[in-house]
Write a protein that binds this ligand. Structure first.
Ligand SMILES: C[S@@+](CC[C@H](N)C(=O)[O-])C[C@H]1O[C@@H](n2cnc3c(N)ncnc32)[C@H](O)[C@@H]1O
Length: 257
């Protein structure tokens, strides 16, 4: 069960996370994006773990391997969420009211564009000062922008370090609790660009209809974006697939060699 296999967080990043969790003696961990890491986490730390997953098939596979009652796996489908006036596709609202000492953001997938950005807006009020947030894939375009936006919205709230472990790991220490500044100008311009990307992506997904491709998870995206299956528009399909590739490919680039 190596975390260097495709889809998992990477052994080096995981080792770093566990090192920090031990040093902080965390008691309550939230993971966004379940998988092998969830199983390894319950072996590595003596804490309560809540892990959120959007894929109803994948969560059952992970659940079958969970060994302790300390781990709570929770299914939350993807849906449009609104934070500070901006729509972001991410997990349906979380139901816990208690706080978390540590959060690992390793989902939802890149094709939600900014699903991971929304995770911070969802949990910020349940993070005490002293809590730590880890972000996997932190050098990718979407994750970089998410971290920039968090620092603008929650100005002065986080000390941010980025490390080149595995796919790139950001470690954010919450040093102050602040009121959100949703009107931060850097975020506003970015929010408009993301809104255009969502509109184009959804329109391209309507055009490709129920066509399946091995390159992009079209079925998962259509489901998450609430697009009913229909016959593809064959004349416009090539252009639509090209546009999907233009929007998604840069978001998969790890951002460092
Ligand atoms: C980056 S992965 C999260 C992986 C998890 N934190 C880990 O390190 O094992 C993001 C999403 O990809 C999907 N996923 C990850 N591994 C998968 C696999 N082997 N098969 C199918 N889906 C997978 C899940 O929906 C997961 O939430």
């Amino acid at each position: 069960m190596s975390l260097d296999e495709a889809g998992a967080i990477g052994e080096a990043s995981f080792a770093r996370i566990v090192e920090v969790l031990h040093a902080r003696r965390v008691r309550r961990v939230l993971e966004l994006g379940s998988g092998q890491s969830t199983l390894r986490l319950e072996q590595a730390v003596d804490a309560r773990i809540s892990s959120v997953e959007h894929d109803s098939h994948w969560i059952e596979r992970v659940r079958a391997s969970i060994a302790t009652a300390r781990t709570d796996l929770v299914w939350r489908p993807l849906e449009p969420r609104r934070f500070g006036g901006q729509v972001l596709w991410s997990y349906a609202p979380l139901t816990w009211q208690e706080s978390f000492d540590a959060v690992i953001i390793d989902g939802p997938p890149y094709w939600t564009l900014r699903g991971r950005e929304a995770c911070m807006y969802e949990i910020y009020d349940r993070l005490p000062v002293g809590a730590v947030v880890f972000v996997d894939d932190c050098y990718r375009e979407g994750e970089r922008a998410a971290i920039r936006n968090w620092c603008a919205v929650y100005e002065g709230s986080f000390d941010v370090r980025t490390e080149r472990a595995s796919h790139g790991l950001a470690i954010l220490d919450k040093v102050a609790h602040v009121a959100p500044r949703w009107d931060a100008s850097a975020r506003q311009a970015d929010a408009e660009a993301i809104e255009r990307c969502y509109a184009e992506l959804r329109s391209a997904l309507v055009t490709v209809g129920d066509f399946r491709a091995s390159t992009w998870p079209l079925v998962q995206m259509r489901e998450a974006y609430g697009i009913a299956p229909s016959a593809p528009d064959r004349r416009a399909m090539r252009a639509a697939l090209g546009r999907i590739a233009e929007i998604l490919a840069p978001r998969l680039d790890p951002g460092f060699a």
